[in-house]
Design a protein around this ligand. Structure first.
Ligand code: FAD
Length: 490
């Protein structure tokens, strides 16, 4: 009996059924050719290198959810086939052993992925296969958006204005109504346990599932909950970590469990249905613009993770301070808002954007620790750690990135805390040893009198640390390091 022709759908950061153009094209191809679809995920070195502890936790759950959805859709066991190793040889082996005719995927934009995909495309085409790739993870292709002079944008506002001059992003595509799955065995296929994605060296991810439900359904629930309950306050309250106002869609976007098209259109429908609320919807959509900007910068940069976009920062006199770094990682710096953020991160795999900015600023300015150390810690502990957004944002914090906050503009964590967590509720939630501090001192316990500290059960240096460095001293040291760099490159 001749085997039916196969369309191979190669999943990567697009772990969803709806609004998935490559999957829809694979199903269409199979239907038109009396064929079947083989959905595949390969844990290859490129993907592995982009995973930290927290994203591994997420990926395991997301792959399991996708497998269940595909199996249900195709009414068959084992919807998603898993492999581990170099993607090129794995795909070639499958193509040699089975009647694969066409391979489909959605495009990625980081250099290791584009290099791998280009090579694989050429090899598979040499084997007589057709390969089709699709725009699905970004609203605008990085090579489409250019300045009037034909160069890449380095500043966000004109970038986003230019994006908005393009025709609006297409409507999201519906999930397929069915799929005829390939049902035979395949050599070297593994099960999910073989990916070994569980938290190590102990299970530190217990708090993640209190906050998130990985998978496409979790993403949709999160989006609709946000649109129904929180988008209305987004523009005014998005900087407040003491109120849950933002969408918390970032880990779902990271793994493509939801597409920016679905988010864009749902937010715009909200604006159409709620006259007078356009401002809040467009503020939210503009954050998707920052995501686009970060991905475009990643596409064009040499190595966003390690090379500062502003070359002078190669000469910055970073200090080697392993003890301070450990205290920062553990949320024991002695600055309450910073410690609250770092502990939220450890417990939930997530941190509010404003607090990411504050903890980042303390690290690279008051503590003079290299932004790459912050980036590495976030890469390992954030469930949304993403090659574009994380590297882009750390360069922004370090003053050396695209459209970055100038290095000499230094956040004061006390003033930031008092402005964005005025009653100290966020600090009380994550730093319970300060729970009984009065509002006036919650962001600066070192200014409280011994009597007040005693009444709150706080002994500085014992129950809660003294600040790692005085704020004035840290600020002056950072500014002087900045001047040293300027002189070194003058
Ligand atoms: P919302 O406010 O609801 O925004 C919606 C979406 O827009 C987000 O999910 C995200 O995809 C995008 N977005 C929002 N703000 C930004 C931004 N400043 N830059 C780029 N995209 C943005 N975001 C990540 O997705 N992954 C990271 O690894 C990451 N690392 C960061 C590191 C630092 C030091 C800083 C300052 C920011 C980082 N961000 C990162 C950006 C931002 O903090 C998160 O995207 C945001 O907090 C996610 O929460 P949300 O989904 O509720 O955002």
């Amino acid at each position: 009996m001749t085997e039916r022709p196969i369309a191979l759908m190669w999943f990567r950061n697009d772990l969803r059924l709806s609004d998935n153009p490559a999957l829809l094209a694979a199903i269409k191809w199979a239907d038109q050719n009396d064929g079947v679809v083989l959905p595949v995920f390969i844990l290859d070195p490129v993907i592995s290198a982009q995973l930290g502890g927290a994203t591994k936790w997420w990926l395991e759950k997301s792959l399991s959810a996708l497998d269940t959805s595909l199996s249900k859709l195709g009414n068959a066991q084992g919807g998603l086939r898993l492999f581990t190793g170099d993607a090129g040889p794995i795909l070639e082996n499958i193509a040699d052993a089975k009647p694969i005719k066409s391979v489909f995927w959605n495009r990625l934009y980081d250099k290791p992925s584009t290099a791998r995909d280009t090579e694989i495309k050429a090899t598979l085409q040499d084997h007589g296969l057709t390969c089709e790739s699709f725009k699905a993870n970004l609203l605008f292709e990085p090579w489409e958006v250019k300045t009037g002079g034909g160069t890449d944008f380095k500043v966000y506002s004109p970038f986003w204005r230019a994006c908005k001059k393009f025709p609006p992003p297409r409507e999201p595509m519906k999930a397929p109504e069915g799929i005829t799955l390939f049902e035979g065995g395949i050599e070297n296929e593994v099960d999910l346990a073989a990916f070994d994605l569980g938290p190590k060296p102990f299970d530190w991810a217990g708090g993640f599932s209190e906050r998130f439900t990985p998978g496409e359904q979790g993403a949709k629930d999160q989006l609709f909950d946000f649109i129904d309950e929180r988008l209305v306050d987004y523009a005014d309250m998005r900087d407040r970590p003491d109120h849950r106002v933002t969408s918390e869609l970032s880990p779902h976007l990271r793994f493509g469990e939801i597409s920016p098209y679905q988010i864009w259109h749902t937010a715009n429908h909200f604006a159409d249905a709620n006259p007078g609320k356009g401002k809040t919807a467009s503020k939210f959509i503009s954050e998707l613009g920052w995501r686009e900007f970060a991905h475009h910068i990643l596409f064009h940069a040499t190595d966003l993770r390690s090379v500062p976009l502003q070359g002078q920062f190669r000469h910055f006199p970073w200090s080697d301070a392993p003890e301070a770094l450990t205290r920062w990682q553990k949320g024991k710096t002695g600055y309450p808002i910073v410690d609250a953020g770092m502990r939220e991160l450890w417990h939930t795999g997530y941190m509010h954007n404003r607090v990411r900015m504050i903890v980042g600023s303390i690290l690279v300015k008051h503590l003079l620790i290299h932004w790459r150390d912050g980036l590495a810690w976030f890469d390992d502990t954030l469930v949304d750690a993403c090659p574009a957004n994380n590297a882009f944002s750390w360069q922004w914090i370090g003053g050396c990135g695209a459209d970055a906050a100038p290095y000499f503009r230094i956040f004061n964590p006390v003033l930031q805390g008092e402005k964005f967590d005025p009653k100290g509720e966020y600090v009380r939630q994550w730093v319970p040893e300060l729970r009984d501090m009065p509002e006036r001192y919650i962001h600066k316990p070192w200014e409280a009198s011994p009597l007040i500290l005693k009444a709150a059960g706080v002994t500085l240096g014992k129950t809660y640390p003294e600040p790692l460095i005085g704020l004035k001293e840290g600020r002056e040291r950072a500014l002087s390091a900045y001047q040293d760099m300027k002189q070194a490159v003058a």
